[in-house]
Design a protein around this ligand. Sequence first.
Ligand SMILES: Nc1ncnc2c1ncn2[C@@H]1O[C@H](COP(=O)(O)OP(=O)(O)OP(=O)(O)O)[C@@H](O)[C@H]1O
Ligand SMILES: [Mg+2]
Length: 338
Amino acid sequence: MDSMLIQGVELILSQATTMDLTWVGNKEVKRQLEAAWLILSNKDLPMSPRIVGKPGIGKTTLAYCVAEEMSQAVYLFQCTVDTRPEDLLVTPVIGANQNIRYHASPLVTAMLKGGICILDEGNRMGEKSWASLAPLLDMRRYVESLVAGIKIPAHPEFRLAVTMNEDASTFDVPDYIQSRLQPQIEVGFPSQEEELAILEAHLPEAPADILGIISDFLSRSHEENRAYTTRDGVNLARYAVKLLHLGQISQEEAIQQALLQTMDSHALDFYLENCVGQKEEAISRLHELLLLGAPSALGLNEVLNLGVNDESTDDWSDSELSDVSDLADFADDDLDED
Ligand SMILES: Nc1ncnc2c1ncn2[C@@H]1O[C@H](COP(=O)(O)OP(=O)(O)OP(=O)(O)O)[C@@H](O)[C@H]1O
Ligand SMILES: [Mg+2]
């Protein structure tokens, strides 16, 4: 176990966090975080930004990936409602022969080793714990461990970022802390293109069709300000691909089942109304016309014009277009025979 002697007290250090993550798209938020952590002269200090945004939108991934690119060890600390000041700093643990040993938290380990600490979901933590970080977050750059009776200075290379959720199960971070967690970096929804690239990066083996349909679903739900995020999209795609892999199910059925099981019936309804509604409408309109013995003049284009406008076919997959066009050809053949 790695340890360090600070003012005569031996601190047992935490392990760094390693994850296999790659940030895709949104270069602007990446640039903002890089800027916040820059030091321009030996009088300059790095800033400690707060990364905010909806749950599952990529805040932790952003912080981790930028930190990793700086080639410094990354220490992730998961904040919870139960996080006490000593958990954040130094915890006493009774050793085998009843002696007290002091464990440095991931935050303190990053401070000592010149690493980068990500305080994840910081606003789940109460004010008492935040108060213990006040001196670290301004020009003093140290913390005081009451438990170990030591003052721990931060290494010049030490960096900190806090991620914060906007959901209801969080505390308001006190103003004097907010004013030290600067700047605020806001992660928003990715564009459809970016979200497709994120899905492709997570699921390189997935059929392109499925990922296209799911990124379309996500982008429509972002437009309507629904709560479905990139994480939901990754889970949805992952499960749909697994279902499809086992067979006995069509691609469409796999997506719909995955929507229901990884999200909920509202997500499935939203999908049916916004993503497949128009296509099904046109196909069933064509069926109706066939049953009525459509005249040959009523080919694909006419049906589309009756059912949906032309723009709505822009995002149809090749297989969907060919389904409709097969139906239209079938109608024409039928009429030729007559
Ligand atoms: N731009 C991106 N590049 C790569 N992966 C991304 C991106 N955005 C989101 N993801 C993926 O989406 C999922 C959720 O991301 P992450 O856990 O970082 O979100 P979060 O905002 O920290 O969520 P929470 O608020 O719940 O902590 C992860 O699988 C992550 O890898
Ligand atoms: Mg997170």
